[in-house]
Design a protein around this ligand. Structure first.
Ligand code: GAR
Length: 220
């Protein structure tokens, strides 16, 4: 039997995306195992999820390192020791340097709570409401040297309602994050993702829904 894909999941916060990945690895919809969870934040709620699921985790506190590169070098050493194949950023709130990027070429994914390239950066649910967009959503993309600029793997769209605030929109988006991140990881595990320039091609292709979304609705 061939060796399962080994994931290194990087987290900074509560870890609901981590939880969805744990659950989907357990039920077999992701054919991979979590080799290591790394956090920069000793208080991350995600660590309790690791304890409960009996998954190896390690805290590397970024405040102990003089530079981003030194911090990243520690993470690379830990990920290599755990024989990680794919690095999964799941609410990891640090910019990564070329040290991590070069160690895992084409093998780092991130999830972002907006429809990139709209609203890169932080507090993007609030920015989407303030801007007045009718749709927002989430994006899983490969990581490159820019801020939320890498090739896009999968996106989910949600409506922005007149009654929304940052919390309600974030919750609606998060629900979709938990669906699309496991799917992106499984496509990677199946060896079906090919990066061509800015585009990620899926082989064999999946049949997309051709239905358009209109919000507010045209009638009713
Ligand atoms: C998620 O909404 C994720 O998309 C976002 O942080 C949240 C983490 O939630 N990531 C970013 O904003 C990255 N710039 P979680 O800890 O419950 O998975």
């Amino acid at each position: 039997m061939s060796r399962k894909l080994r994931l290194g999941v990087l987290v900074s916060g509560g870890g609901t995306n981590l939880q969805s990945i744990i659950d989907r690895c357990r039920d077999g919809s992701i054919d991979a195992e979590i080799a290591l969870v790394l956090t920069n934040n000793p208080q991350a709620g995600a660590l309790e999820r690791c304890r409960r699921a009996d998954i190896p985790f390690l805290t590397i506190d970024h405040r102990r390192y003089a530079s981003r590169e030194e911090f990243d070098a520690q993470m690379v050493a830990a990920l290599r020791k755990a024989e990680v194949d794919l690095v999964v950023l799941a609410g990891f709130m640090r910019l990564i340097s070329s040290v991590l990027l070069d160690a895992f070429p084409g093998s780092i994914m991130n999830i972002h709570p907006a429809l990139l390239p709209a609203f890169p950066g932080l507090h993007v649910q609030k920015k989407a409401i303030e801007y007045g967009v009718r749709f927002s959503g989430c994006t899983v993309h490969f990581v490159d040297a820019g801020l939320d600029t890498g090739p896009i793997i999968i996106q989910a769209v949600v409506p922005v309602l007149d009654s929304d605030n940052e919390a309600t929109l974030s919750a609606r988006i998060l629900e979709q994050e938990h669906r699309i991140y496991p799917r992106a990881i499984q496509l990677f595990a199946e060896g079906r993702l090919r990066i061509e320039g800015r585009r990620v091609l899926i082989d064999p292709p999946l049949t997309p829904s051709e239905a358009a979304l209109v919000h507010p609705p045209l009638d009713g």
